[in-house]
Design a binder for this molecule. Structure first.
Ligand code: HEM
Ligand SMILES: *[C@@H]1O[C@H](CO)[C@@H](O)[C@H](O)[C@H]1NC(C)=O
Ligand SMILES: *[C@@H]1O[C@H](CO)[C@@H](O)[C@H](O)[C@H]1NC(C)=O
Length: 497
């Protein structure tokens, strides 16, 4: 090479180096900066934020800052700043009192792909408000909190007992099928085809989105889109989700077509009927077949995975604390009675403080959605004097509300008695919030509560759960496949008593 060429090459490489350093400095400046008067909290390291430090239990990590920052803090995940609500007061202030501005869902590429902007759980704006109102009215019309609901759930509970006795063993999958039966009854009534192989495959499949992928994808919400290995993981998950979506959709489309044929305006018997009837009457953007498909998918996932996890933990508790099962048995004998025609219904609840305390303690002790579903603020707002710009994603630490030692004595102990007063009366706690609070809280609360109560009352009336000697006592380890905290598969024996 000539000296001139050499010189030129050096110049080029120093421009590269200079450019690189310049970008790095700019990046670090930008990385350090936060919106003015933003809630305080850890930044972690560039690119990854606190991800390397948070460990596998993000809720514990966030709670560890509570003493330092109080109810409202922030942290950086990937390149994105999140606001965290760490106690009940902050959560209530934001989701209930300022619910108008705190009820969005963060935008995300993966969920956009998955939902096409439809459905309800990840919907935003007018569509969300419209559909939420629709779902609430529809569920009420279908007899939420009425006798018919009790009857349907009781019938399915009896089928569950029969299928456990028949198949024995692995109870996790049977709980899931029970919950699928319950949910499908409300959504699709008699048009739900239990023998549909596709539907069975979906029901028996493990919960969808893995926690790791979920957090990776949250990190991805910013500029990390270009880091290839993340993208591959996320995209393959998105593809998997899309496949799963299409198989759910295939079933749903069949269901809808069956409904269309038999639609009788004077006799709307299930959720799809009501939607189709409104679709006929009302014009507008939100009553479309696509929206109905996504809505059904959301209710399917929201209704099955959650109650399955809650019941799973409940049974693990019954096995680990047999004295609780004894007390529930006593209460059932006393209030409902052992006779065959004495069938449990929701009005028994009032008279069964111990069972209610047990259920509330399971919710507290094994928090299924420890960090809730993420929210985001839909406009600039002020919380506790901090400024939070429009679009900021918000996490809420339900797990810590359930485990704050300032409010719970020995929170790591399972103790239903903590929910009973001196006279043995049940104390409903506003500090047990598995369904979240405020404008975006769970739409299925009433259904879920009935499913839980009638399950325990119905199954334990004549039966008891016993440890399967071949399997041993199930422990507290969670299935690490999903975002919801679910017990690992386990087997039990169910004996007549
Ligand atoms: C033990 C059972 C359940 C638990 C612990 C639970 C918990 C939750 C939580 C934490 C949320 C998010 C609330 C928020 O963003 O602030 C939620 C939302 C939701 N749940 Fe549940 N849920 C349960 C059962 C059900 C059932 C049976 C259904 C109904 C079919 C249902 C339907 C929904 C829907 C539609 C939403 C979205 C609401 C919205 O985004 O506006 N859930 N649930
Ligand atoms: C769900 O319903 C079907 C049809 O009635 C029944 O065969 C099955 O045993 C039920 N499954 C459970 C676990 O209840
Ligand atoms: C619940 O069952 C009791 C008898 O066990 C009955 O007296 C009562 O009317 C039932 N309530 C409802 C709402 O079905």
């Amino acid at each position: 090479l000539s000296t001139e060429e050499l010189h030129f090459e050096r110049m080029i490489s120093s421009i590269y180096v200079f450019g690189f350093v310049f970008c790095l400095v700019c990046y670090l400046f930008r990385w350090k900066s936060r919106p003015k008067n933003f809630p305080p909290g850890p930044l972690g390291i560039p690119m990854l934020g606190v991800a390397p430090f948070a460990g596998s239990k993000l809720e514990n990590y966030l709670a560890s800052f509570y003493k330092k920052y109080g109810g409202v803090m922030s942290f950086r995940l990937g390149p994105k700043d999140w606001v965290v609500l760490n106690d009940l007061e902050a959560i209530t202030q934001a989701f209930t009192k300022q619910g108008e501005s705190f009820s969005g869902r963060p935008k995300s590429v993966v969920f956009d792909q998955l939902t096409q902007g439809c459905g309800i759980v990840f919907a935003n704006g007018d569509r969300w408000q419209h559909q939420r109102r629709f779902v609430l009215t529809a569920l009420k019309r279908l007899g939420m909190g009425k006798r018919t609901m009790d009857a349907i759930i009781n019938e399915e509970t009896n089928r569950f007992i029969a299928s456990v006795q028949l198949a024995g063993g692995t109870v996790s999958i049977l709980i899931r099928r029970l919950q699928a039966n319950n949910t499908c009854n409300f959504l699709s009534g008699k048009h739900f085809d239990y023998k549909d192989k596709r539907l069975q495959a979906i029901i028996d499949h493990r919960p969808a989105l893995s926690a790791v992928i979920f957090y990776l994808h949250m990190i991805k919400c910013g500029s990390l889109q270009n880091v290839m290995f993340l993208c591959t993981a996320i995209n393959s998950n998105a593809k998997y989700q899309a496949n799963k979506k299409s198989s759910i959709f295939a079933c749903v489309v069949t269901m809808i077509n069956n409904h269309k044929q038999s639609l009788d305006e004077n006799n709307l018997c299930d959720f799809i009927d009501i939607f189709l009837s409104d679709m006929k009457k009302q014009k507008g953007d939100f009553f479309t077949k696509l929206q109905l498909c996504h809505l059904i998918r959301d209710l399917f996932v929201g209704g099955i995975d959650t109650t399955t996890a809650a019941l799973g933990w409940g049974i693990v508790c019954l096995l680990n604390f047999p004295e609780c099962q004894d007390k529930i048995h006593q209460e059932i004998d006393q209030i409902i009675g052992k006779l065959n025609y004495a069938v449990p219904n929701m009005s028994h609840q009032e008279k069964m403080p111990y069972l209610r305390a047990f259920i509330q303690e399971v919710h507290r002790f094994q928090t299924i959605a420890g960090l809730n579903i993420p929210h985001c603020v839909t406009e600039d707002c002020i919380l506790y004097g901090y400024r939070i710009p429009k679009g900021t994603p918000v996490m809420s630490n339900i797990w810590f509300v359930h485990n704050d030692p300032a409010h719970w004595q020995e929170p790591q102990k399972f103790r239903p008695e903590r929910h009973l007063d001196g006279d043995g009366k049940f104390i409903p706690s506003n500090r047990v919030i598995p369904f979240s609070v405020g404008h975006r809280s769970c739409l299925g609360v009433q259904l879920a509560k009935a499913e839980l109560f009638l399950f325990y009352a119905g199954v334990l009336k004549h039966h008891e759960f016993q440890v399967d000697p071949n399997f041993g006592l199930p422990d507290w380890s969670r299935d690490d496949g999903g975002t919801l905290k679910t017990p690992k598969d386990f087997t039990v024996c169910i004996k007549e008593r």
